[in-house]
Write a protein that binds this ligand. Structure first.
Ligand code: 6PG
Length: 248
């Protein structure tokens, strides 16, 4: 398992710019190698700045060859203010020439999350190449992290953390009293590159813990991941504040 590369920038805008440069590099390399770039977008609010940087990039990414997937889905209607799809549509898809057929939303309502997860897993397996593990292989998964160390919808104590076979699964998140569909650990671990984008002082304790011991099967959800590919953390100074105390 590769040691993560850590990039610390002064503020969220600088973090987004640095992450966008790497996103662009990975996209161009993937399209040059295989004619397509399969990327899973993160939910939450942090990716808004990244999406703005990508939409403004000049020269632009090779949008005609980009296929956009989702790291997870809050099981709400697509136009709900909490919808990760709505956030991506407003901040990215409506601003770039990505083909509608290359946007792969997770289609589910609270009543049919399990069926939606099964359908998404099937689509992933159909459209993506297989990694050595047999899992569908993303070129890049962009991930956020909560103050509790969750990523995508892999929350502490949730059964989805133990999923080892399926690339996507439905999970009821007790703390949120809500259903979600999420990419699973084996799918994320099979990605060629994971990019964590984490900003804000509220995340500093979890960042310090997660990066003190990169892989801890009993640790935070982000520490449960054992990625086969490259991992890069993009942090602002506030989220990285605890690192000085823990890094050798
Ligand atoms: C979600 C995300 C989740 C998110 C983190 C960080 O649907 O909420 O997938 O994993 O990335 O909670 O969220 P913020 O970027 O809003 O801090």
């Amino acid at each position: 398992m590769n040691r993560p590369r850590i990039v610390i920038e002064k503020d969220p805008d600088a973090v987004a710019a640095a992450a966008a440069r790497n996103w662009l590099r990975l996209a161009r390399e993937a399209v040059s190698e295989q004619g397509v770039f399969h990327v899973a977008l993160s939910g939450g609010s942090t990716p808004r700045r990244l999406h703005a940087a990508l939409a403004a990039a000049a020269p632009p990414p090779p949008w005609a060859a980009v296929e956009a997937w989702f790291g997870d889905k809050r099981c709400v209607p697509p136009d709900d203010p909490e919808s990760n799809y709505r956030m991506a549509r407003e901040t990215l898809f409506d601003r770039v020439p990505i083909a509608p057929g290359h946007i792969h939303p997770i289609l589910c309502s609270p009543a049919d999350c399990r069926r939606a997860a099964h359908a998404y897993a099937r689509t992933l397996a159909t459209r993506l190449p297989a990694a050595a593990s047999g899992m569908p292989r993303l070129d890049l998964a962009v991930l956020g992290m909560g103050p509790d160390g969750h990523t995508a919808s892999l929350f502490p104590g949730s059964c989805i953390l133990s999923e080892t076979e399926r690339p996507a699964a439905a999970v009821y998140v007790d703390r949120l009293k809500a259903w979600r569909v999420s990419l699973t650990r084996p799918l994320l671990e099979a990605a060629r590159h994971l990019m964590f984008i984490v900003t804000g002082a509220d995340k500093a304790p979890a960042v310090a813990r997660a990066l003190a011991t990169a892989h801890d099967p009993a640790g935070l959800p982000v520490q449960r991941l054992a990625p086969a590919g490259e991992v890069t953390w993009y942090l602002d100074a506030a989220a990285a504040a605890g690192l000085e105390e823990t890094r050798p």
